[in-house]
Design a protein around this ligand. Structure first.
Ligand code: 2AM
Length: 501
C-alpha cells in the first residue's frame, strides 16, 4: 500500500506527459498516473523512484479515479482530437464527480474546448490549458496558458504556479538556477488565468502562430546571409550568437546558433543543417491561426505567409523541376559584410514586431467574439519564460500593454514605433536586396507590406469598391458622405454585358 494521497492525476504518458508528471512530483505533489498501454506506465514508475511527491501508477481508469482525493484534478495529455473525448467519457464511467476538474493540456482546437466545457457541464468541470516549452519545458518549467471555470482555477493555481517557468519580475529574464534538475524558488511564474472556456487554448494557438513566423524569419535571415555573403554554417552561428546579445535575445535565436554549429553524425566534415531536407512539417496550429485570421477578417498576413512558406517547402519535387526551368536573377555576392549583417538583423527585428502585432490583433478580435477579457500584458508576461517564443523583447510587450491596456496595435506603442523608425531603412534595403537577387523572403516582405498598409491613410480599396459596383452593383460609400450611406452609379455601358430582365 502507498502512503501517497494524490489530489492530482495525469493521463497520457508520452514524452510531454511523463515530463509534466515528473515536474509536478518534483514540486512535492503526489500524482496518480495512467497510460492506455499500461506497460509504459509501469516502466515510467520503475525508472523514476524517489521523486519528492510520489508517483502512483494505476492499472485502470477506475483505480486511477479511486486513487485521487476530491475534488480531483486530472490532467489529460493525449493526442488532440477524438482521443480527448474518449478519455473523458471513460473517466465519467469510472466514477468522476461533477466537481472534479479535467484539464486538457494538449494542443486542442479552442472551439473543441468551448464545446467540451458545455457538453460535460454537470458531469465534470472541463478546463483547457496550453502548455508550451517542448519536452524540457514540460520537465523543468513550461509556460502555461489556462482557460476555464474561474472556480476550478483556484484548485489548479497552486500546481500551475509551482511547475511553471519563473522569470524575474522586473527584467523578465529567467531566474538564475532555472535549469535542468533545479526547481526554481521565487520569481514570477509564467502562468496566469486567461479567461473562461477556450481562452487558454486560443492563446496557445496564437503563440504557435507567432512561433511559425519567428522560425520563418530566422530561416529567411539565415538564407539571405548565406546567399548574399557566402558564409558557412559555423560562421552564421557566430552571427546568431552575436544577435542573441541584442534586442533579438530569444530561445529560437539561441538554438539556431547551436543548430548551425552541429556537425553531421555520419560525416563530421559536414554540417548537419546542410544534409537536412528542406521540406518543413507542420502539425496544424499555424494553419488554425491563419484560418482563424481569415474567418475573423483580421490581417495576420505574416502568420499566413509563414504557414504557406512551409507548404511551399514541402513541394520539394515540384520546386526541383521548376528550378531548372524558371529563370531569375543571378545572385550578386556582397562584400560589405558588417553593414549587411546589421541590416538583416534590423529587418528581422522589425518583421518580428509586426508578427507579434498581428498575433495580438487576433486575440483582441477573438475576445470580442467570445466575450473574453484577455489581459494582453499578462499574456506577454507569461510568454517571457518557458515557452518556445520566449524572448527578451516580450518584456517590452508586457510593458507596452501594462502602460496602455487599450493599445490598439503594438505598432502604435512609442517604444515599438521608435524601434521600427530606427530599423526601417535597413528593412527596406534587405527586402530590395532579396527581390533584386531573387531570394525568397516572404515573411520579411509580407511584414513590410503589413507595416506599410497599416500606416497608409488611403489604400487603393476605392478602386476595388468601384470595380465591385461596376460588375456587381455592390455599391460603395463616399468620402464626402456619412458612413453607412451607400451609392451606386450606372457605369458606362460599353464593356458591361446586357442583363436581360
Ligand atoms: P498509448 O501509449 O497507449 O498509445 C500520445 O499519443 C499519448 O496519448 C500516449 O500516451 C497514448 O497512449 C495516448 N493516447 C492516444 N490516443 C489515446 C486514446 N484514444 N485513449 C487513451 N490514450 C490515448
Amino acid at each position: 500500500m502507498t502512503s501517497a494521497n494524490p489530489r492530482v492525476g495525469l493521463i497520457g504518458l508520452a514524452v510531454m506527459g511523463k515530463n509534466l508528471a515528473l515536474n509536478i512530483a518534483d514540486h512535492g505533489f503526489d500524482i496518480a498516473v495512467f497510460n492506455r498501454t499500461t506497460s509504459v506506465m509501469d516502466e515510467f514508475i520503475k525508472e523514476n523512484p524517489g521523486t519528492p511527491g510520489q508517483l502512483v501508477g494505476c492499472q485502470s481508469l477506475k483505480e486511477f479515479v479511486a486513487a485521487i482525493a476530491r475534488p480531483r484534478v486530472i490532467i489529460v495529455l493525449v493526442k488532440a482530437g477524438p482521443a480527448v473525448d474518449s478519455i473523458v467519457q471513460q473517466l465519467i464511467e469510472a466514477g468522476l464527480d461533477a466537481d472534479d476538474i479535467v484539464v486538457d493540456a494538449g494542443n486542442s482546437l479552442w472551439t473543441d474546448t468551448i464545446r467540451r466545457e458545455k457538453d460535460y457541464a454537470g458531469k465534470l468541470k472541463f478546463f483547457g490549458s496550453g502548455v508550451s516549452g517542448g519536452e524540457l519545458g514540460a520537465r523543468f518549467g513550461p509556460s502555461l496558458m489556462p482557460g476555464g471555470d474561474p472556480k476550478s482555477w483556484k484548485h489548479l493555481e497552486p500546481i500551475w504556479t509551482a511547475i511553471a517557468a519563473k522569470v524575474d519580475a522586473r527584467t523578465g529574464q529567467p531566474i538564475p538556477g532555472a535549469e535542468p534538475g533545479k526547481p526554481v524558488q521565487g520569481g514570477v511564474p509564467c502562468t496566469a488565468y486567461l479567461g473562461p472556456n477556450g481562452a487558454g487554448h486560443y492563446v496557445k494557438m496564437v503563440h504557435n502562430g507567432i512561433e511559425y513566423v519567428d522560425m520563418q524569419l530566422i530561416s529567411e535571415a539565415y538564407f539571405l546571409l548565406r546567399s548574399l555573403l557566402g558564409l558557412k554554417p559555423d560562421e552564421l552561428a557566430e552571427i546568431f550568437s552575436d544577435w542573441n546579445q541584442t534586442e533579438l535575445d530569444s530561445y529560437l535565436i539561441e538554438i539556431t546558433a547551436d543548430v548551425l554549429r552541429q556537425k553531421d553524425p555520419r560525416n563530421k566534415k559536414k554540417f548537419l543543417v546542410d544534409v537536412i531536407l528542406d521540406a518543413a512539417g507542420q502539425k496544424g496550429t499555424g494553419k488554425w491561426t491563419a484560418s482563424n485570421a481569415l474567418d475573423m477578417g483580421i490581417p495576420a498576413n505574416s502568420i499566413a505567409e509563414a504557414v504557406f512558406a512551409r507548404c511551399m517547402s514541402a513541394i520539394k519535387g515540384e520546386r526541383l523541376i521548376a528550378s531548372k526551368k524558371l529563370r531569375g536573377p543571378v545572385i550578386k555576392k556582397l562584400r560589405a559584410g558588417k553593414a549587411v549583417v546589421e541590416a538583416i538583423r534590423q529587418a528581422l527585428y522589425c518583421s518580428k514586431i509586426c508578427a507579434y502585432a498581428q498575433g495580438f490583433q487576433l486575440m483582441r478580435e477573438a475576445q470580442k467574439e467570445y466575450n473574453w477579457k484577455l489581459d494582453f500584458g499578462s499574456i506577454a508576461s507569461i510568454w517571457r519564460g518557458g515557452c518556445i517564443i520566449r524572448a527578451k523583447f516580450l518584456q517590452k510587450i508586457t510593458d507596452a500593454y501594462q502602460t496602455n491596456p487599450q493599445l490598439v496595435n503594438l505598432l502604435m506603442d512609442p517604444y515599438f514605433r521608435r524601434q521600427i523608425q530606427n530599423g526601417q531603412d535597413d528593412w527596406r534595403k534587405v527586402v530590395t536586396l532579396a527581390a533584386n537577387n531573387g531570394i525568397p523572403a516572404p515573411a520579411f516582405m509580407s511584414a513590410l507590406a503589413y507595416y506599410d498598409a497599416y500606416r497608409c491613410a488611403v489604400l487603393p480599396a476605392n478602386l476595388i469598391q468601384a470595380q465591385r459596383d461596376y460588375f456587381g452593383a455592390h455599391t460603395y460609400e463616399r468620402v464626402d458622405s456619412p458612413s453607412g450611406q451607400f451609392f451606386h452609379v450606372d457605369w458606362p455601358a460599353e464593356n458591361r454585358p446586357e442583363i436581360k430582365a
